[in-house]
Design a protein around this ligand. Structure first.
Ligand SMILES: *[C@@H]1O[C@H](CO)[C@@H](O)[C@H](O)[C@H]1NC(C)=O
Length: 327
């Protein structure tokens, strides 16, 4: 169902400066009547500079967008709340301006509105629990993930995020990626396109790749891990992946939106173009300037509804061709 595009790019940094990145693969849908799209979108240890994402002119997700959450496997209510509150915060009204107020989750999401079409206004849709794991503990294939997303509901104006628990294997989690986004076709004549994504809880599977900087990286400069803002390496790490994938999904939902270069299978997207960057002054191994919660010592860069804190990845800003950081 998927091919791996590994090894296309050689690391540009010496090994100690390797920047490991969130890797994203666009999965193909496994729906019987669809033409399968096989479109791996994988990132390795390279960030060419400067990055320009080209607008390939295809449809983006704009206007009202519902994000459904499918929790596959066992998550605690606290973990689900971290994720659901993040989605609820994306298009929340701006709080009254206050001096020295930290950046909001909504201000982070607003960078996606600088892309053609003005961005999407996100509302949290259904939250579906599949605690008994209808397709087993895994390893789930890309086709399984597509089937789960499809079953959760697919229509224009909705994206289903399939979130897998820490003990659910998704092949090949860790090897090269922490999540993926994809697209499928449904409807009476297979003409309706829909987009979906998958992000895994990285607490037990490659936290160094998928929960950095809350966990030590597998390679490169070793700094002490940061304290996650919600006290949960898995949930806070999964939010980083979910955030990156949502930004990639709305700005390149069908493989012909914004991505680097001309090879739809290999291009960097809105967040993956800025992998490893969370605050200003980031360099390989250092996430950049962040805010610190004085009570817990946790690192964050955005605040959502109810004052909940998050660490969110930098996004590529099409008006400046730079990675935009919040702090
Ligand atoms: C989008 O959602 C808002 C808030 O729910 C609603 O007021 C508006 O009419 C919707 N717009 C469209 C085009 O459906």
């Amino acid at each position: 169902m998927q091919s791996m595009g590994g090894g296309r790019r050689k690391p540009a940094y010496p090994p100690l400066l390797l920047r490991f990145v969130l890797a994203v693969v666009v999965l193909s849908a496994a729906a019987p009547r669809c033409a399968a799209f096989i479109n791996p979108r994988m990132l390795f240890l390279v960030k060419p500079d400067p990055i320009v994402l080209r607008d390939h002119g295809g449809a983006l997700l704009t206007g009202n967008l519902t994000v459904n959450l499918l929790f596959y496997g066992r998550f605690t209510p606290a973990q689900r709340a971290v994720v659901a509150d993040f989605v609820r915060s994306l298009s929340a009204p701006a709080p009254a301006p206050a001096p020295a107020a930290p950046p909001s989750v909504a201000s982070w999401w607003r960078t996606t509105s600088l892309y053609r079409g003005g961005g999407a206004r996100v509302a949290l849709g259904r939250q579906i629990l599949d605690e008994r794991m209808s397709l087993g503990r895994g390893p789930l294939s890309p086709g399984d993930v597509a089937a789960l997303a499809r079953a959760a509901g697919h229509h224009r104006g909705a994206v289903t995020a399939v979130l897998t628990a820490a003990d659910v294997a998704v092949a090949p989690f860790c090897v090269s990626r922490c999540g993926a986004h994809g697209r499928g076709r449904g409807g009476a004549h297979g003409r309706a396109r829909y987009a979906y994504l998958w992000a895994g809880d990285p607490a037990r599977q490659c936290p160094g790749q998928c929960a950095w900087p809350f966990h030590q990286p597998p390679h490169g400069p070793q700094a002490p891990p940061l304290v996650p803002p919600n006290g949960d390496v898995g949930a806070d790490g999964m939010v980083i992946s979910l955030a990156a994938l949502l930004a990639g999904t709305v700005t390149n939902p069908y493989g012909d939106g914004y991505y680097q270069g001309d090879d739809a299978g290999a291009g960097l997207e809105a967040a993956t173009a800025c992998a490893g960057v969370f605050g200003s002054g980031a360099y390989p191994g250092y996430p950049g300037k962040l805010l610190t919660d004085p009570a817990t010592g946790a690192s964050y860069n955005a605040v959502g509804l109810g004052g909940r804190k998050y660490l969110l990845p930098a996004l590529w800003d099409p008006t400046t061709s730079q990675c935009k950081t919040l702090v």
